[in-house]
Design a protein around this ligand. Structure first.
Ligand SMILES: Cc1cc2nc3c(=O)[nH]c(=O)nc-3n(C[C@H](O)[C@H](O)[C@H](O)COP(=O)(O)O)c2cc1C
Length: 175
């Protein structure tokens, strides 16, 4: 099973990228590709800019990556209660090529932050709007207080309850 994983963040030390990659690796028999949104950086979307440059190759590439995957794991960074600019920008560009950005693929949506809220606000935004973008959301999970619950050295969750919850969530991709 080919799984595309990415953190919806452009931070070079993204905790969501780490979580997405780790979560995808828990899927039995997974062949995981972890995307870095920095490889999809485009000018800030505007309709004027779109008239000038049309459908950028990087947005087409982003959609092609999704198309090639059997399943997708996204972990959302929360900036002021919603998406990071980096994710919103590539998503907006891609959505102008096709509104079915997720192309009916099975997806798991995750979110984490250093605080106890665990980026639940952005997770709610993403989950509630998923159907408009042809995402087949199989499961979602917020991981609170990332640095207390994830061992950066071994790159895995240290909290057993959260580990089980994450395993159950990613298992929905193969059930
Ligand atoms: C502009 C900005 C706004 C933020 N707003 C929130 C927020 O609303 N909720 C939250 O839990 N964390 C917030 N944070 C902290 C992020 O959760 C933290 O930077 C986290 O590491 C982002 O995920 P990432 O490492 O995957 O980029 C914010 C950070 C920035 C830079």
């Amino acid at each position: 099973m080919k799984i595309l994983a990415f953190g919806a963040s452009n931070s070079s030390t993204s905790i969501n990228k780490a979580l997405a990659g780790y979560a995808a690796s828990l899927v039995d028999g997974a062949n995981v590709e972890v995307l870095d949104l920095n490889d999809f950086e485009l000018p800030m979307f505007s309709e004027d800019r779109e008239k000038e440059i049309g459908q950028p190759k990087l947005a087409q590439n982003f959609l092609a990556k999704i198309q090639c995957a059997d399943a997708i794991v996204v972990s959302f960074a929360e900036h002021n209660g919603t998406y990071s600019v980096a994710f919103k920008n590539i998503f907006d560009w891609a959505s102008r090529i096709t509104r079915d950005v997720y192309q009916s693929k099975p997806v798991v949506f995750l979110a984490t932050s250093p605080g106890p809220g665990g980026a639940q606000n952005v997770l709610k935004v993403a989950t509630e709007s998923a159907r408009f973008f042809a995402a087949d959301v199989k499961g979602s999970l917020s991981i609170p207080s990332f640095y207390d619950n994830f061992d950066m050295e071994s790159q895995q969750l240290s909290d057993q309850g959260l580990q089980q919850a994450l395993q159950n969530t990613v298992n929905t991709l193969t059930n």
